[in-house]
Design a protein around this ligand. Structure first.
Ligand SMILES: [Zn+2]
Length: 394
């Protein structure tokens, strides 16, 4: 891999259990498109998309977002955890956007900063004239972000990969004489080279599932970044369905004398099992095959000190379950990956194109808490939530 004077990127050997694996999520060699290679994922046809959006009515639950914000996520001004230099930190920017900072090493000014799926736009859509509109503001402007070392994107959907935000972060970084690395999954490189004409080959890392790199940044520190599976899909328009890969990410601090390195799992956007009913019974949920990738992630790289897991935009279940977790699924992922603490995300910020007609925005956090407690997890310790702008410290 190309190396910059300030950053060295070194491929990691494949984890032992993955090294003999055929690339069953690839279509073609080299791949021209991708798929979820598990029975826990079922394709949704165009007829189902149209009927779910426009025709079904019996199970629609069109509850408006509370105009007085009662029960909605609190937004606070971020301080990025600056008073906790000896911890791994994650600050929620809303939806699936986080700024993660690793522990600050002795003699350094700060830890490594990774900006995950940053979205600051008003709408998660190809245009700012239409499409899902955010109902919870961002906690700060792009220019108020601290210096960023790495931008990671989990997949190319508009609520995770926002051209305007990436351009703004890039512009703000360049104004401070910094060039962040961009990390994405296979098939996403062309999007970034088109978006950022001055993006150099060594500024972008494109990885397949289970690939990882060690990143050493001069005068700041080192970490490992590993691209891991998710059960999802991709597209930005009508002609690019599944032509780029989707992923989750693992961030592992490097081993340093006198410090125990921490690790973080970011699920991106993912489903866990497919169910056939809009409102499935517990028996139906339990009988459907689970996505095996999360147990593999837990067995290979767990336990994790912190996991950021999606808990919203799952209704109606028969339509969304293959690609979006319900809170009950996310509690299973918390256990599969061996997370010590999981924070819910992907809720409370913007309504999805379909879920807006079926899901009360107050439901995901309540179900996340209820399911965790049903499984014996301690609320606020094992699993929990945070405010937009709040920093979770582990
Ligand atoms: Zn998505």
């Amino acid at each position: 891999m190309a190396t910059r004077s300030d950053i060295a990127v070194t491929p990691l050997p494949l984890a032992a259990r993955q090294s003999q694996r055929p690339s069953s999520h690839h279509d073609g060699s080299p791949p021209t498109s991708f798929r979820n290679p598990w029975p826990s994922s079922q394709p949704i046809g165009l007829a189902k998309i149209i009927s779910t959006r426009f025709l079904r009515s019996a199970d629609k639950n069109n509850v408006p977002v509370p105009t007085d914000r009662k029960g909605l996520v609190t937004v606070r001004k971020p301080n990025w955890g600056m008073n906790s230099p000896d911890n791994l930190k994650a600050t929620w920017i809303g939806h699936a956007s986080f700024l993660v900072e690793t522990q600050c090493l002795p003699g350094r000014a700060r830890g490594l900063r990774i900006l995950l799926d940053p979205v600051f736009s008003e709408r998660t859509s190809p245009s700012q004239w239409f499409g899902p509109k955010r109902y919870t503001p961002t906690p700060c402007a792009v220019d108020e972000l601290p210096d960023v070392d790495i931008i990671t994107i989990s997949h190319n959907h508009y609520d995770h990969c926002d051209s305007w935000t990436i351009l703004e972060v890039w512009r703000a970084s360049k104004a401070r004489n910094r060039t962040p690395l961009i990390a994405c999954a296979l098939g996403n490189r062309a999007f970034f080279t088109n978006l950022l004409p001055d993006l150099a080959t060594e500024d972008i890392i494109e990885l397949d599932w289970w690939d990882g790199v060690q990143i050493d940044i001069k005068d700041i520190g080192s970490m490992e970044l590993i691209c891991t599976p998710a059960q999802h899909t991709s597209a930005r328009g009508p002609n690019d369905k599944d032509k780029s890969l989707w992923c989750s990410w693992i961030i592992r601090e490097a081993k340093t004398e006198g410090r125990s390195p921490k690790s973080l799992f970011f699920a991106g956007d993912t489903g866990y099992r497919h169910v056939n009913s809009a409102k499935p019974t517990d028996e139906e949920e339990d009988s459907m095959p689970h996505c095996p990738a999360f147990k593999e992630i837990g067995d290979t790289y767990g336990p994790f000190d912190l996991a950021l897991l999606p808990i919203g935009l799952y209704s109606p279940r028969d339509f969304m379950s293959s690609v979006h977790c319900a809170p009950e699924d996310s509690v299973c992922i918390h256990q599969d990956i061996k997370s010590k603490k999981s924070i819910g995300m992907h809720y409370g910020t913007v309504r999805g194109g379909i879920s807006a007609y079926y899901e009360d925005v107050l439901e995901p956090p309540a179900r996340w808490k209820a399911e965790g407690e049903k499984k014996g997890l301690k609320w606020g310790e094992d699993i929990g939530l945070c405010d937009v702008g709040e920093t979770v410290v582990v």
